[in-house]
Structure formats: structure tokens, C-alpha cells
Design a protein around this ligand. Sequence first.
Ligand SMILES: Cc1cc2nc3c(=O)[nH]c(=O)nc-3n(C[C@H](O)[C@H](O)[C@H](O)COP(=O)(O)OP(=O)(O)OC[C@H]3O[C@@H](n4cnc5c(N)ncnc54)[C@H](O)[C@@H]3O)c2cc1C
Ligand SMILES: *[C@@H]1O[C@H](CO)[C@@H](O)[C@H](O)[C@H]1NC(C)=O
Ligand SMILES: *[C@@H]1O[C@H](CO)[C@@H](O)[C@H](O)[C@H]1NC(C)=O
Ligand SMILES: *[C@@H]1O[C@H](CO)[C@@H](O)[C@H](O)[C@H]1NC(C)=O
Length: 502
Amino acid sequence: MASMWKSVTYVVLITGLFSLTESQEDGEEIPRIGIIGAGVGGTTTAYYLRQLFGKEAVIDIFEQDRVGGRARSINIDDFEYEAGAAVLHPLNEYMVNFTNMFGLERIDASEGRIGFFGSDGMKVETSTWTAVTMAKLLWRYGYDIVKIQNWVQDSLLKNFTRIYKLQNEGIAFTTVEDMLQVMDPEFVRYTHTTIMDVMKEQGFSDIFIKEMVHAIMRNNYGQSVAIPAFVGAVSMAGAQPGLWAVKGGNKQVPEKLLKKSKANLINGKVTQILLQKDGEGVTYEVSYKNPDPESKDQEENAREYDIVVIATPLPTGQTNIKFEDFTQHLPLPDLKLHETIALFVQGYLNASYFGYENLKDMPNGIFTVDEDVFFNSVGKQRPVSFKEHLKKKDVEEEVYKVFLNRVPTEQEVRLLFSGRKDLRLINWKAYPQYSTNMELPPFVLYDRLYNVNAVEIAASALEMSAIGGRNVALLAYNHWYGHLDKIDEVSESDAPSVKQEL
Ligand SMILES: Cc1cc2nc3c(=O)[nH]c(=O)nc-3n(C[C@H](O)[C@H](O)[C@H](O)COP(=O)(O)OP(=O)(O)OC[C@H]3O[C@@H](n4cnc5c(N)ncnc54)[C@H](O)[C@@H]3O)c2cc1C
Ligand SMILES: *[C@@H]1O[C@H](CO)[C@@H](O)[C@H](O)[C@H]1NC(C)=O
Ligand SMILES: *[C@@H]1O[C@H](CO)[C@@H](O)[C@H](O)[C@H]1NC(C)=O
Ligand SMILES: *[C@@H]1O[C@H](CO)[C@@H](O)[C@H](O)[C@H]1NC(C)=O
């Protein structure tokens, strides 16, 4: 699939080349661009498209709901809590740099004391005192507990972060496979092998994989150690030290990116993308309507673009956006979304359910290690404003977030909480339902039609969407101006195979 797509874009580019020199000089050929979705993926794309194409380019961004998408907060008792994407890794360069660039503050987002809970009770629990924690974890999992940090930090993340240098050099990738390949060819294999098998290869013990790794996969993706190793590794990175969040809410990053990009936000639900003019100088017509089905204004509107960017997952079989008048099948990934329920409860945990006498003895975060437990995790939440809530002394009930793969029954909620003041539930179409059979899709759907969320098939995370967004911006730019040497071409010094021989 990858090679076919490369040749398609290649032909398109050659034809584009001839009209180029002229148009670039008289400055007329500046594209009109439409982006669908204003999450981190769409707004990162808008930000970099503006940088690349300059202030004259028309950039419209369609959003049917909230800017920020899966980065959003929920208000409980006058405090905001992260309801979707909550934690970031210190090596998430885009998210770190955007946060700094916008003058936002980073706050500590580590869980504090955690426990691993199974259907037969608490397996192991960390302590506020690091030495005690280490002793407990070493006792149960042996040296794996040290080895996991080294593996994630010194091998996986080291190779992963190669992408930043390449993107800063303006290099774009046609497919997710090409992108992973330059980070480390092993990463492509990791999308087709389970995290369990790869960790076994790496010499990790069964008990460590089945308990700790499994619990982390359940918490981060609602899935098991049968998840592909690449997304599994991203998930393990989300359990490393130094996790952080944006003070005031992670959604501020996409909001500021949007503002900085000076893109035109259209509050609309895109219903159709029509291939209006094919061949040389292809154009698209994007139809959209009022996202509120109750609204009186149900008229369809349409706008014309030279470049269209999809920045939202399009699950297979969904008819949300129709692709009209294309002469060939578009290479959208085969995607099923995993449903994750985020249940927010303001109240008191039922300590005895977890085998504790007193609530104050309980860890802040509880990860569950087996499928027989009806929830994936439960954690005490801190508001996005962080320390400010400590001043509000009259808050006695804590706010907890429970992740589950289905809506719990009232009985189940009562088992977990001995009392409650408030309960909210968000039903997320959260991330892909991962499998090792998934093909790594192209970012290019058709000539000048791009899919940022192809990247989610490798792994879903804020940083992945930022990387995907910048890649699409670079692809669109390199295609538009015929910079073929900047697409899928990696200089020898950057090629991973060469590096490894040195
Ligand atoms: C519960 C949960 C917890 C998570 N935890 C973390 C975490 O801790 N750390 C982390 O890094 N990641 C986490 N993630 C993953 C992360 O949220 C996503 O990978 C990331 O936010 C995806 O961004 P995006 O821009 O690609 O998509 P989205 O944020 O989903 O943005 C797509 C946007 O497109 C809009 N849209 C869709 N269709 C249309 C249409 N037809 N017309 C107009 N607009 C449309 C949607 O309304 C949406 O706003 C979590 C996700 C969930 C659900
Ligand atoms: C990543 O890089 C290191 C060297 O820095 C290498 O030893 C390792 O095998 C690489 N790949 C993976 C998948 O860890
Ligand atoms: C992030 O910022 C640092 C410091 O300014 C810079 O060196 C790095 O290249 C930036 N990363 C990306 C991906 O732009
Ligand atoms: C709490 O947990 C115990 C033990 O599982 C259970 O018997 C009880 O019904 C639960 N609920 C409350 C409100 O105590």
C-alpha cells in the first residue's frame, strides 16, 4: 500500500512542478486550506501551515463541538478537572515547547501513591517513602522494576525522539510506516507484535507483564497486554516519572495554537467532501451545517479549498463525512474506536472494598490487574488549577475519576463509593481498538487531501497528534511547492540503520 501511494503522489508532484516557478514568484498561488477538527491534531496543523504558507493563505478550521477535542475539562463543584487527555511525558517536545511558547505553566501530574488491585485484593502498593516503595516493588517484581525505566527511556524514547530533528529539517512522511521506520525499523514490527511478546523477548518476567504492565495498559487504553508493542510502549512512557499537565487545563494548548495560527474557526459539522476538480489543480468542496440539530438554521453551506486536512478519527462504516466523486477508494485506515467511560464521582471511596480500614490509608491511584475487576482504574483527582483548591478548606469530599470499558450499574458504583455528592459520566469514543493486524495507513488520502489521524493507528496521544499535524503541514507544503527531496528522503546521517553501525 505504501509504495502505491508514493507513486501516486510522485506523479501528481511532477505535474505540479511545471507551473511552480512562475506562480511562486508572482505570489499568486497561495492555497485555500480547510481543516476538519480543532483538537491538538488540527490546531497543530493550522499552526505549522500558517508558518509555512505565510499570512496570505486562507486557513479555515471546522469544529462541531469544542476546540481541544479530547483535551477537555469538566467542572465539578467550581473546579475544573481533566476529563480526557490528562498527562504528558517530559520528552513530549511539541507539548513542552507549545506550553513554554504560550507562557503556560507545567504542573506535576504524577499519581502519588498507587496500588495494583486484582479480583483477589491488593497485590502491591507503593509508599510515600521511595526506599520503601522500591523495596516492595523489588520484592514482588525483582530487577524488572529498574530495567523498565531504562528500556523505555534509553532505548524506546531515544529512538522515538529522532522524529523531532527530521521534522525541524522540514522532512515529511507519506505513511505512518515510513515515519516509524526512520525512528527505528523495529518500531514497525512493534505495531504487529504484542507488548507482551516484545517484553518477553526483552527478558521481563511473566508476573511483571501480567500485573504491572497489564494494569498500565488498562488504565491508559482500556485494553490488555495483547495491545501492539508500539502503543504499549507509549503507554509505558505514560507511567514514567516526571509526568506533567498544563496548569489551567491541557486544552489551552490547542486553543492558543488556533489563535496563533490566525485560522478562521467555523462552528460547523462537516458532512461531505466533494472532489470538485480532479487532475491538475485539484479542488475540493467541503459542505457543512449547524452542529446543533435543534437549531432552525439547518441549511448546508459549502466552501471551496485547494487543500483539505482531516484531523479527526473516521471510524470504519461511519457515514458522518461522505467522500463524493472520487474515482478510487480512499486509503482510510480500518478503524474501530474503543469506548472508555470516564466516571467522575465526588464522594468517599469504600475503603473496605479495597481491604482497608481507613480511607486515609488508601493510595491515590488504583490500577486493576485483571479482567474480572469491572473497572480499569480509579484515581483521586487534582483540579487543573492545582494548588488553589487547597485553599478551599470546606471541600471535604474528594473527586475521583474511574475508567471503565462500560457504564457501571448503580450497585457497582455503590460498591466503589460509600457515599457521594455528585456523579458525572463521559462516554468517550476514546482511541482505536488496537490489534496487531492493523495496517499502518498513509497520511495522504488523495492529491492534496490529508489525514492527520492516520498517526493514531500507531498510538493515540496528544504528542502523537502534534507530530501527525506537523507532518501533514510539511507534506502539504512540500507537495504544493514540489519539494520532493523533503518527502520520505532521509539523509544518510539521519538513517537509523547507519547510526546503529557506528
Ligand atoms: C479518556 C481519555 C484519556 C486520554 N489520556 C491521555 C493522556 O493522558 N495523555 C495523552 O497524551 N493522550 C491521552 N488521550 C489521547 C488523546 O486525547 C488523543 O490522542 C488526542 O487528544 C487526539 O487529538 P486529535 O486532535 O487527533 O483528535 P480530537 O481531539 O478528537 O479532535 C478531533 C475534533 O474533530 C471534531 N470533529 C469530528 N468530526 C467533525 C466533523 N464532521 N465536522 C467538524 N468537526 C468534527 C471533534 O469534535 C473534535 O473536536 C486520552 C484520550 C481519552 C479519550
Ligand atoms: C533504540 O536505540 C538503541 C540505541 O540507542 C538500540 O540499542 C535499541 O535496540 C533501539 N531500538 C529499540 C526498539 O529499542
Ligand atoms: C523545542 O524547543 C527546543 C528549545 O528551544 C528546540 O531545541 C527544539 O528543537 C524544539 N523542538 C521542536 C520539535 O520544535
Ligand atoms: C463496601 O465494600 C464492602 C466490601 O466489599 C461491601 O460489603 C459493601 O456493601 C460496600 N458498600 C458500602 C456502602 O459499604
